[in-house]
Design a protein around this ligand. Structure first.
Ligand code: GDP
Ligand code: IMO
Ligand code: MG
Length: 421
């Protein structure tokens, strides 16, 4: 059975968590393939809110098995807190979760290095979540990182100390702060040891051969991809659908549908180009209506109009054959409403938001005032909201399968069309 993939088509926070949770009942397994605690995936079920950083968004459903794949970087402290917080909400995450032995560990000095690198960059800082993501992937590529499998080694302490010493040579001033962080980390390591640790690439391929259905969950968004995003203002992993293969150990021929999730407008948290960004009141109105504050850091998200050239680029890179639009309700009563259909720089067309100097071409759309949160069908939506969706489909030359009109599972139209095998 093909493995389906869900990815973000913008700069992250598109509502991937909600869509993965929504579709999870149709899958036996949900597997995260990259990123780490920089992600914040929010799920709202009957008014109860869950924010997941490392744990896949299939965890709320009883029958779904959840895999943290080899492409993920894990901070044991964050993972332990996630499991504990789910437990308080009545979910026994540990019993339905498997962690790859090949996933990399974020150690405390990775986080300190992340902060030091950002400080060094001054005005050119990326706006990292400071969770240690960059330095951990850096060590993986340098072949000096520590993976989860090392927990079984009798020499684990010396493996850890060797990497720590390597970091301390770069950052000799760390003292007390590190001691406290280390104690917390070692405690979380004991917790991690008790989880189900395995060669998840073998498990996933066996399940796939047995006909089990698998949904691969991406983190971040295409424009944060380390190769194709707005480099250098990106994360340190590949975020596109192809990363599901390397991040889980699944061969390309097993990939089925790719569902791209995007917001009805655009947001970005952190620095970097954003051609359709709205400065001033219009941006603030969307920020307020959409509660656009990071699930991981609480930072305000920059807001702007929907960017069609960027979306087309993302759809191309991911091979997205299914689309979900989220947060359409946030655009109710915006006063005015635009879609960016193209942009140019000094007269030359741009197809990807590569730099700060692109001038967006805006197509005005008719706004609507009605609250659409509890709309039961596309037909009962205000005509202008339907026209907005139809215009996006026309510009993308592709239909949209899922329309999300609120954070709750039930505030979704069209989900029944996808994932039912
Ligand atoms: P992710 O990182 O892609 O999973 O997205 P986040 O969880 O970081 O951010 C999306 C936010 O929007 C969360 O607070 C969701 O609960 C919320 N959300 C998702 N879909 C909708 C929607 O259709 N309407 C509204 N108003 N909120 C939504
Ligand atoms: P989810 O999965 C939005 C952004 C950071 C920063 C840049 C690099 O919730 O969509 P990093 O910590 O990776 O070194 O930060 O990437 N970023 C995200 N923005 N959603 C995310 O994840 C993000 N993960 C990282 O704000 O600009
Ligand atoms: Mg998020």
């Amino acid at each position: 059975m093909p493995v389906d993939v869900i990815v973000g088509l913008q700069w992250g926070d598109e509502g991937k968590g909600k869509i993965v949770d929504l579709l999870s009942p149709h899958y036996d397994v949900v597997a995260r393939f990259q990123g780490g605690p920089n992600a914040g995936h929010t799920i709202v079920v009957k008014g109860r809110k869950f924010i997941l950083h490392t744990i896949p968004s299939g965890i709320i459903h009883d029958h779904t098995l959840n895999v943290i794949g080899n492409g993920v970087v894990i901070d044991p402290v964050v993972l332990m807190k996630e499991v504990e917080s789910l437990s308080v909400q009545g979910i026994d995450a540990a019993s339905k979760m498997v962690v790859s032995k090949k996933a990399q560990l974020i150690i405390p000095t990775h986080r300190f290095l992340d902060a030091a690198y950002e400080t060094q960059k001054g005005d050119l800082k990326i706006g990292s979540t400071l969770k240690g993501i960059g330095p951990t992937y850096q060590d993986k590529a340098a072949r000096v990182g520590i993976n989860v499998g090392a927990l079984a080694s009798p020499a684990f302490d010396s493996i850890y100390n060797k990497l720590k010493e390597r970091h301390l040579k770069l950052m000799p001033t760390l003292g007390i702060e590190l001691r406290d962080a280390e104690e917390e980390w070692m405690n979380a390591i004991s917790f991690l040891r008790k989880l189900n640790l395995d060669d998840t690439e073998v498990l996933l391929n066996n399940w796939n051969n047995q006909g089990k259905s698998i949904l691969a969950e991406g983190a971040q968004g295409t424009l944060l991809d380390v190769d194709f995003g707005t480099v250098p203002y990106v994360t340190s992993s590949n975020t596109i659908s192809a990363a599901a293969c390397t991040g889980l150990g699944i061969a390309p021929r097993h990939i089925g549908s790719v569902l791209g999730v995007f917001k009805a407008y655009t947001t970005r948290v952190g620095s970097g180009p954003f051609p359709t960004e709205l400065h001033g009141e219009a941006g603030q109105q969307i920020q307020k209506a959409g509660n656009e504050f990071g699930s991981t850091t609480g930072r305000p998200r920059r807001c702007g109009w929907l960017d069609i050239p960027a979306l087309k680029y993302a759809i191309m890179l991911n091979g997205a054959d299914q689309l979900a639009i989220t947060k359409l309700d946030v655009l109710s009563a915006t006063g005015n409403l635009n879609i960016c259909t193209s942009y140019s720089q000094n007269g030359a067309p741009g197809y990807h938001p590569e730099n700060e100097d692109l001038s967006p071409e805006l197509l005005p759309c008719e706004p609507w005032n009605e609250d659409i949160v509890n709309t039961q069908s596309l037909d009962s939506m205000p005509a202008n909201a339907r026209s907005y969706i139809a215009k996006i489909e026309e510009l993308l030359n592709q239909p949209i399968q899922i329309v999300s009109t609120g954070p709750g599972r039930e505030q979704t139209l069209g989900a029944d069309l996808f994932g039912v095998r």
